[in-house]
Design a protein around this ligand. Structure first.
Ligand code: AMP
Length: 116
């Protein structure tokens, strides 16, 4: 992504491109991952443009808490998502491809071997 260019998630947040939206609050949007790695694979995305965990400012930790709160809410409301896995790739070397912070919410059958 070229510096200053909008990420794909910013375009989704702005409703400039479509996505399957699961939930939306003032701070977050939850969408279905386009290439699911589990039966249930959502992305919990802060609307604020934050590149990665390394870029967090003090105030962003409240937002991080809201992302966890959303994960709990999804687990309580989505059938089959009572137990789940959360993943944040923070940096290119560990597999981050979209440089707009997001938390993967994975539940049900996983389509990959355990990494941890
Ligand atoms: P990461 O590797 O952690 O940066 O994850 C990026 C995720 O975004 C991948 O799992 C992609 O499948 C997903 N993704 C990319 N483009 C879209 C899109 N337009 N709608 C939904 N998910 C997407």
């Amino acid at each position: 992504m070229v510096q200053g260019e909008k990420s794909i998630f910013s375009k989704i947040i702005a409703h400039e491109i479509s996505a399957k939206i699961i939930a939306e609050t003032d701070d977050l949007i939850v969408i279905e991952d386009i290439a699911p790695k589990a039966e249930i694979h959502y992305l919990i995305i802060p609307k604020k443009e934050i590149r990665d965990v390394q870029s967090f400012h003090q105030g962003d930790f409240v937002l991080a808490g809201k992302m966890f709160e959303m994960a709990q809410q999804l687990s309580r409301t989505i059938p089959g998502a009572e137990q789940f896995r959360l993943v944040i790739n923070s940096g290119e070397k560990v597999g981050q491809k979209v440089f707009h912070l997001h938390m993967h919410f994975l539940a049900g059958k996983m389509f990959f071997k355990d990494v941890v």
